[in-house]
Design a protein around this ligand. Structure first.
Ligand code: PLP
Ligand code: COI
Length: 356
């Protein structure tokens, strides 16, 4: 599958691009191009292109608009000091995308096509990668494109990658975030779609996230759907706990998204000699450990959020603070270690970096 590269006839003027890049939040600014690959059961994956970013025309009966057969990924391109560009573990995103497609009965995309699409887009939109602590957030996604109202797997798909230069996901930058414990809503049950990255998971999280915002919190944290006790993850991030003996704990895989940041942190922490357990942790225990001082830190992690310390937890059963509401040394240290690898400032013994 060869990508046909069609540079846009109307690139954003340099001054306008510079103005946009000088004031970045998350996901509001987009680059000039997109990568698109199409699938049909008859032709397989075909028509791979990098072209001007433009609207899709969808028939009102297009399957994705009705039954939500949609999956996505999120990864970042980082500008190195020498001007080169790093991708962080794109092979892991490609594999997770394959798993998501299988769970949603969609046509799995060969991993090398996923990576090639991402790399071609990063090359053509290279000038949109912010310097400093910014990055280019890449959003591969796939939608069911068959025009048919029967409930069955679509016979046609569109895979596309768009790119958005980003700064910090949270308005407060690296400052500790506050989280709201959702008691009214759960995210995922055993046998459901919690472990894959489908749009429906996020649609279902929005009411809970709205509750978090109503309670002046940055993010929602979900408890398990069965016992409604065990901490699972945030709306868009995994979670870690740090104890007074220096050990770490993170909820086990199963109904949570297997975060690539989560996996990287587990490896980095273990290599540094820390014990890391993947085990259940109840909200009652969390509250008790925060009160007794056994719990030293908690942090959220993900591609968008990087590593964000959790300073405050609110729930209908009362609020509590962690580490006096301040960022702690373990989260801060792990964040620096991870970000230094991503930007090419530190050695990369795991071969996580792919240079573009
Ligand atoms: N959990 C959820 C629900 C997410 O949306 C994300 C973000 O992708 C993560 C965890 C973290 O995953 P990753 O570290 O691969 O970005
Ligand atoms: C990511 O970190 O890539 C995500 O998809 C999370 C989302 C909240 C932006």
């Amino acid at each position: 599958l060869n990508f046909e590269i069609r540079p846009t006839a109307n690139p954003t003027p340099e001054t306008e691009r510079a103005a946009k890049l000088s004031n970045l939040g998350f996901g509001q600014v987009f680059t000039d191009h997109m990568a698109v690959v199409r699938y049909s059961t008859a032709k397989g994956w075909h028509s791979a292109r990098v072209e001007s970013r433009a609207a899709f025309a969808l028939d009102p009966a297009t399957a994705v608009l009705h039954y939500a057969q949609e999956i996505f990924e999120g990864l970042k391109a980082y500008k190195r000091d020498d001007g080169g560009v790093n991708l962080f573990r794109p092979d892991a995103n490609a594999r997770r995308f394959w798993n998501s497609a299988e769970r949603m009965a969609m046509a799995p995309l060969p991993e090398h096509v996923f990576i090639e699409a991402v790399e071609q887009l990063v090359r053509i939109d290279h000038d949109w990668i912010p310097g400093g602590e910014g990055s280019l957030y890449l959003r591969p996604f796939m939608i069911a494109n068959e025009v048919f109202l029967g409930v069955k797997p679509s016979a046609e798909y569109i895979f596309a990658v768009i790119a958005s230069p980003v700064g910090s996901y949270f308005k407060g930058g690296p400052a500790p975030v506050s989280i709201w414990v959702s008691e009214n809503f759960t995210r995922a049950a055993i046998g459901g779609t919690g472990a894959v990255k489908c749009g429906g998971n996020y649609a279902a999280s929005l009411r809970a996230q709205a509750e978090a915002i109503e309670h002046s919190c940055d993010q929602v944290v979900f408890l398990d759907a069965l016992e409604r006790r065990y901490v699972e993850e945030l709306g868009g991030m995994n979670i870690f706990f740090v104890f007074d003996d220096g050990s770490l704990l993170t909820p086990p895989l199963g109904t949570i998204l297997p975060g690539i940041t989560r996996d990287s942190i587990i490896k980095l922490a273990r290599e540094a000699g820390r014990e890391v357990r993947e085990d259940t942790y109840s909200i009652e225990q969390w509250r008790a450990d925060a009160a007794s001082g056994k719990l030293k830190e908690a942090f959220a992690c993900g591609t968008a959020a990087v590593i964000s310390p959790i300073g405050k937890v609110r729930s209908p059963h009362g609020d509590f603070q962690i580490n006096g509401g301040a960022a702690g040394p373990v989260a801060t240290g792990l964040r620096k270690q991870l970000v230094d690898i991503q930007y090419g400032r530190a050695a990369d013994p795991h071969e996580w970096i792919r240079k573009v």
